[in-house]
Design a protein around this ligand. Sequence first.
Ligand code: GRF
Length: 214
Amino acid sequence: MTRLGVLVSGRGSNLSAIVEAQRAGRLGAEVGLVISNRPGAGGLEIAAANQVPTCLLEHGAYPSRSAFDRALVDALVAARIDLVALAGFDRLVTRTLLDAFPVRILNVHPALLPAFTGLHAQRQAIEYGVRVAGATVHYVDDQVDHGPIVLQGAVAVQPNDDEAALAARILEVEHAIFPAAIRLHAEGRLEVHGRHVRIRGSVPPPPPALLWIA
Ligand code: GRF
């Protein structure tokens, strides 16, 4: 069974969705460790409430990004983790982590990449005036929100949406596609060729329906 390590910095709703998928037998993996870089992260409580081992590694305690990543790698390896999920993890990762888990780190980003990388993606989408927004799960590489795309799901932007309303709708997509992508990886059904990820076999059911808004 693939052992998943989940890195969180905040409230942990994606972690909840992942744990729920595991419980329902839809993850194809077991969450073996949750690591947070922030002591107050809700994700730590969610993990503890679900009997998942947790580890707090405060990034400020390390002299460099790479030293912090070394500590992450040590904790992940000690917990025999095979696959890493960045679920609202707010630190840039370095080659230290990437090289320890090559093509084995997945991130969820609240936008249809390559649009709106970085922080406040939902606000960027509202400000830009797009009609369609969504979420992306991708393998992590050495550029921000950039690696090969595994799954994407789209939602319509409603005329009266503010950032919070759009973020909530996008979050539902994240909660559908992140566990689905983890399962595809865990089942060995993802083949990465450069930027292209080929999914072997049937693709998972689509996330919430895309609406046409004019
Ligand atoms: C999500 O929107 C995720 O896409 C972004 O940070 C947010 C984390 O939310 N990277 P949560 O902590 O999983 O609730």
